[in-house]
Design a protein around this ligand. Sequence first.
Ligand SMILES: CC(C)(COP(=O)(O)OP(=O)(O)OC[C@H]1O[C@@H](n2cnc3c(N)ncnc32)[C@H](O)[C@@H]1OP(=O)(O)O)[C@@H](O)C(=O)NCCC(=O)NCCS
Length: 145
Amino acid sequence: MQIILRNYKDSDFQAVKQNIIDGGIFDPVRDTRENLRKKIKYDPESIIIAEKDGELVGNVFFFEDGWAAHLFRLVVREDYRGKGVAQMLMNEAERRLRDRGIKQQIMFVNEKSPRLIEHYKKQGYKAIGTYRFMRKVFNGENYNS
Ligand SMILES: CC(C)(COP(=O)(O)OP(=O)(O)OC[C@H]1O[C@@H](n2cnc3c(N)ncnc32)[C@H](O)[C@@H]1OP(=O)(O)O)[C@@H](O)C(=O)NCCC(=O)NCCS
């Protein structure tokens, strides 16, 4: 299976948005076209797209500011799961971070996905605590996700 990994560009937005919605981790506050534009302006390598025959089949986001590195929005299209696409995306994100001299990266995994937690453990990740995400939306609107 010939999968190409490349950097996100603005015209990928609809495909990425749909993929993240389908993966169940879309956030309407953060995952806007404008925010993704800003994100790649700060760091053009920070959204990685997996593509097969010109179609998006997966994506992962990271952020890294010299102090911390976190990985988000790892989603593989349902019809491409179980083929190692997530592994490719993770390896590439980790390689980019290591090349920048980053010593560790942290990701957040839903406690309701024990199989996924075990999978990440197999990849060398360790569970380091149980925390609750808390959020304040500055314009005061309520969002459900
Ligand atoms: C998590 C995800 C990216 C894995 O993509 P993938 O390319 O299919 O990865 P793989 O098939 O190599 O499987 C990796 C792990 O996904 C999980 N997984 C795969 N199929 C699964 C299923 N049907 N149900 C639950 N977990 C499953 C398993 O933990 C699996 O690891 P294992 O093979 O060691 O058990 C994909 O399932 C997805 O997009 N899920 C929805 C979004 C999400 O939860 N993202 C993770 C955020 S931390």
